[in-house]
Design a protein around this ligand. Structure first.
Ligand SMILES: Nc1ncnc2c1ncn2[C@@H]1O[C@H](COP(=O)(O)OP(=O)(O)O)[C@@H](O)[C@H]1O
Ligand SMILES: [Mg+2]
Length: 456
């Protein structure tokens, strides 16, 4: 008997080859096999609905035809680094790389409802990163398409590739080759999944090789900046039904906040159960009664971006008060920590920093000044009007903003937001509850359960 891998001779009764360690043929037949492993090292496919991104450098062969292989790789590598970074920062995975482009998947191997939006963000970042390389010869074209594919892992000799197959992958390549330099061309399915959160230009349908009818095309213009809720509600909402108990709780809490002390409410429930809907119904009612509404929402793409929620909250606060960071927190004592508050706000808002003391501060001190500045600003703005603070999708909060929101909690029952003449605030956290929302005595929790009124 011989080993099927290295062809060494095996002795009778050997379970493994003494030269290469491979299982002896009879023994291998009896070994349990992973159910998904098929012949030739392929892992059985999984059918998935996801978004595929295809990016390619235009006329890259012209750029490298006269170069040595090493020089050619070096010439194109910065563009490939930019592409990979954009994909990975937006939760995609690179499935395949050519020397001058790549194919990336969003929504695999782990399913994610946001796959189309993530792919749009990645495409915009990819084009921006290549522009930042400041190399006029590097011109990129991008195609995006959402559709069913079969994903599988292919074990090659030296690596394994997680690949998607099916017409969707062919179509995305057609979109990429139909794009002009710097353009992102998007299919109708990807456009309809991300419309509202992303802005598109509708283009005339195009004939594409291998597809019998002209294919509808969209050009990605920009990320819209609308919140997920606003983007969804602009498409139209069904009429609001049920949820009397939760609405009554929020109304009661608002009355209490208006009468005596600030309150916090956490709304907890599985995705799609109706947390945002109840929150917005109540908050719109308060807006009609002249409450100031400050809204900010967490985003799955920004979960690792420090202070991303706090940034949106500060923007909402400054917009509502119509103030700049310097006007909002000007201090007479520029030498104290309070003198650094406007700079702290600027740092969270990604605005230029002019005060040299800021860069000299220890990170922990910086963090403390940021928390103090945020608390001072929100305390100030909420002291003049009844205010509701609506924080959505807290399950995606970044850790620095979580600490900042925790630092804001003492404001809720404090005098600052219920000063004479202006009784004041309901501070509401909507989303999955975290410890911060359930701890304070002034915090109520509404646990939403699935109802049958509008959900089948
Ligand atoms: N009480 C309700 N009456 C009618 N439609 C509702 C109600 N609650 C939720 N919906 C609808 O169900 C969908 C999901 O609700 P949403 O509030 O976004 O869920 P969540 O925030 O819990 O993920 C939305 O389209 C919303 O308009
Ligand atoms: Mg929601």
């Amino acid at each position: 008997m011989t080993c099927q891998v290295c062809l060494s001779t095996l002795k009778a009764g050997d379970l493994f080859c003494s030269s290469c360690g491979a299982a002896a043929p009879d023994h291998a037949a009896g070994l349990p096999r992973a159910p998904a492993v098929e012949a030739r090292g392929r892992i059985a496919g999984e059918r998935k609905y996801l978004t595929v991104l295809c990016a390619d450098l235009q006329r890259s062969t012209d750029l490298i035809s006269d170069l040595d292989p090493e020089e050619a790789i070096t010439r194109l590598e910065p563009a490939l680094v930019a592409m990979r970074t954009a994909v990975r920062r937006n939760r995609g995975i690179v499935s395949k790389e050519g020397g001058d482009g790549l194919i990336a998947l969003f929504g695999a191997p782990h399913a994610d409802d946001n796959h189309a939006v993530m792919a749009c963000h990645a495409a915009v970042e990819l084009v921006r990163r290549i522009k930042l390389l400041n190399d006029p010869a590097l011109l990129v074209r991008v195609g995006l398409h959402s559709g069913y594919v079969v994903t599988h892992t292919i074990e090659a000799d030296l690596s394994s590739i997680y690949e998607a197959g099916g017409p969707a992958v062919h179509l995305v390549k057609r979109f990429e080759s139909a794009a002009q330099a710097g353009q992102i061309l998007v299919s109708e399915s990807c456009q309809s999944l991300s419309a509202g959160l992303v802005t598109f230009n509708s283009l005339p349908p195009r004939r594409m090789e291998g597809f019998p009818a002209p294919v509808p095309c969209y050009e990605l213009i920009e990320i819209s900046g609308l919140s997920r809720w606003r983007a969804r509600s602009t498409k139209g909402l069904s009429s609001f039904v049920g949820r009397a108990e939760e609405t009554a709780l929020l109304d009661r809490v608002a009355q209490e906040a208006g009468r005596s002390s600030g309150q916090a409410v956490a709304m907890v429930g599985t995705a799609g159960v109706g947390k945002s809907r109840v929150a917005h119904e109540v908050v719109e009612g308060l807006r009609q009664k002249d409450w100031q509404v400050l809204e900010a929402e967490c985003n799955p793409l920004d979960q690792t971006v420090p202070y991303s929620l706090l940034k949106k909250l500060l923007q909402a606060v400054l917009r509502s008060a119509n103030l700049s960071p310097d006007e909002a927190l000007s201090s007479h004592d520029a030498s104290s920590d309070a003198g650094l508050w406007p700079t702290a706000l600027r740092s969270v808002l990604d605005q230029p920093i002019v005060d040299p003391r800021w860069n000299a501060l220890e990170p922990l001190l910086r963090r403390r000044v940021i928390m103090d500045a945020a608390r001072a600003l929100i305390g100030r703005v909420t002291s003049t009007r009844p205010t509701v603070l609506l924080l959505e999708d807290l399950h995606w909060i970044d850790s620095q903003s979580e600490a900042a929101v925790e630092a804001l909690m003492p404001l809720v029952p404090a005098r600052k937001i219920r000063q004479a003449g202006c009784p004041s605030s309901m501070c509401a956290g909507f989303g999955y509850a975290r410890s911060i929302w359930t701890r304070p005595t002034h915090c109520s929790t509404a646990c939403l359960e699935r109802k049958r009124d509008w959900q089948g």
